[in-house]
Design a protein around this ligand. Structure first.
Ligand code: BES
Ligand code: ZN
Ligand code: ZN
Length: 474
């Protein structure tokens, strides 16, 4: 996508089509109101009409809300992509709000995952000329920032969308190395199974045992000299979740290539923070593992000793994400020792999708203020998130008769919270208030398109986290 900004009037800039957003169904204020009414255009959400003779594209946007505008912008770009027009022009009046949302809608809405299509879509690269009202410098800066963020959301989407035969722990490690190669300020360390064994990361190791692909721990770091804050991120990079011996039913297995969404979000966040040049030291750890079946598979009844010495009775091999994360959480806390925040991202529980729906992430942790701040930033960034609260009763349901803890709860209810409670056992006492757990199982991947997300991976987690981190140092 090629976006160019102008401080000239809209009528003085080039563009095959002029895009006009119609807010709050206010048709009467429009130059072409008569013809629009005649053809039945009402200005509803996601309503788009192309008046070819006038070279205009009218797009409805019922509410003056950021997310409505993002959706309207994505409808506009998708419509133009479906024609043979090569360029469009439009007006931007408000840099912080309208223009930002416009860029999200355009760049995220234009995405499609075409790698496996033998016939690629023809009109993907639309030239977009924008007439900006106000200080053009501000707009240019915002464009630079949004280009970084949206490009990385699209990278995260690409990773999560890639089928499991072509994406396994080694591929994820290669992508992490590529991120570091392309940005000299990022370093990448890949730790192999011998390291995991030597460091008693037996929970993570168990999950990947039956796979033909060896597990990897990926550690990306960005350490600018002027860093004011230090952040630790951990992501679930299960490149395929078959459920293991507690095998998923066939229909639930479909889309489990997206179980690497948390890990890919972590890679995208570190990359974004580095490219934005934020004064933040950030570490991203991804447990890249494939959960498969086979003679060597870990079993329900196994007892695993995690990195911090906690013994875990396995009762369900499909609750594998928490086994990967618990060792990675210990690793990053041991490795970094001191930091300001520790966040983890995972498509952890089906219960989160059931409870919150497909569009919302569940946030857990002990620090109410911190969660509130993340929620506020999530909302501004265009991501839906809501808090899920721990409680003493659910916390106790992870008891095991023979080990310190069980990998599933004794109750079938509250599965997202009990998964969060499991992770909590691996957050060291001094770090409790620095921790937020993001269960992104709902929004990370959808089988039907919604808003400006085409069907498939959405890149969930990245935008809300980058917004939070940006605000820490601004
Ligand atoms: N990867 C799944 C969770 C998931 C389900 C993500 C649906 C996205 C959509 C996770 O590993 C899993 O299978 N969790 C189990 C836990 C259960 C066995 C306690 C689940 O949610 O059923
Ligand atoms: Zn699972
Ligand atoms: Zn999983």
């Amino acid at each position: 996508m090629n976006i160019e900004l102008f401080s000239k009037n809209l009528k003085d800039i080039a563009g095959d089509l002029e895009v006009v957003f119609v807010f709050e169904k206010k048709l009467n204020e429009l130059e072409d109101k008569d013809v629009l009414k005649k053809i039945g255009f009402k200005g509803e959400d996601e309503e788009v009409v192309l008046l070819a003779g006038l070279a205009k594209l009218y797009v409805g946007c019922e509410k003056t809300e950021l997310d409505s505008f993002r959706i309207a912008a994505s409808c506009a770009i998708r419509k133009v992509q479906s024609t043979n027009y090569k360029s469009m022009k439009l007006l931007a009046k408000n840099c912080k709000y309208g223009f930002s949302a416009l860029l999200d809608g355009l760049m995220l809405g234009a995405y499609s995952y075409d790698r496996y299509k033998s016939k690629k879509p023809e009109n993907k690269d639309i030239k977009i000329n924008i007439s900006c009202v106000g200080d053009i410098k501000e707009y240019e800066e915002k464009l630079k920032e949004k280009e970084i963020i949206c490009k990385n959301v699209n990278m995260v989407r690409d990773i999560a969308n890639t089928p499991p035969q072509d994406y396994f722990p080694q591929t994820m490690a290669d992508d992490a190395k590529k991120i570091a190669k392309e940005n000299k300020n990022i370093t990448c360390k890949i730790l192999e199974e011998d390291y995991l064994k030597a460091n008693s990361m037996n929970a993570m190791l168990a999950v990947g045992k039956a796979s033909i692909h060896r597990s990897k721990l990926i550690h990306l770091s960005y350490k600018p000299k002027n860093a004011k804050i230090k952040i630790a991120l951990v992501g679930k990079g299960v490149t395929y979740d078959s459920g293991g011996l507690s095998l998923k039913p066939g229909s639930s297995m479909v889309s489990m290539k997206s179980d690497k969404s948390g890990g890919s979000a972590v890679m995208g966040i570190v990359k974004s923070v580095a490219e934005l040049g934020l004064a933040v030291e950030i570490h991203g750890v991804v447990g890249a593992v494939e959960n498969m079946i086979g003679g060597d598979a870990y079993k329900p009844d196994d007892v695993l000793i995690a990195k911090n010495g906690t013994s875990i009775e396995v009762q369900n091999t499909d609750a594998e994400g928490r086994l990967v994360l618990c060792d990675c959480l210990c690793y990053i806390q041991d490795e970094l020792k001191e930091f300001d925040y520790i966040f983890d991202y995972a498509t952890l529980t089906g219960a989160c999708v059931v409870g919150l729906g497909e569009y919302t992430s569940g946030l857990m942790g002990h620090n109410e203020e911190l969660k509130l701040q993340v929620l506020k930033d999530a909302s501004f960034s265009g991501e839906n998130a809501t808090p899920l609260h721990f409680n003493r009763f659910l916390q106790k349901t992870l008891k095991s008769d023979i080990a310190d803890i069980c990998n599933i709860s004794s109750t079938r209810y509250g599965g997202s919270i009990t998964a969060g409670c499991f992770l909590d056992k691996f957050i060291y006492e001094k770090n409790k208030n620095k921790w937020v757990h993001f269960d992104i199982a709902g929004p990370a991947f959808t089988d039907k398109s919604w808003g400006y997300n085409p069907s498939g991976a959405t890149g969930a987690g990245l935008r809300m986290s980058v917004e939070f981190i940006k605000n820490l140092v601004k």
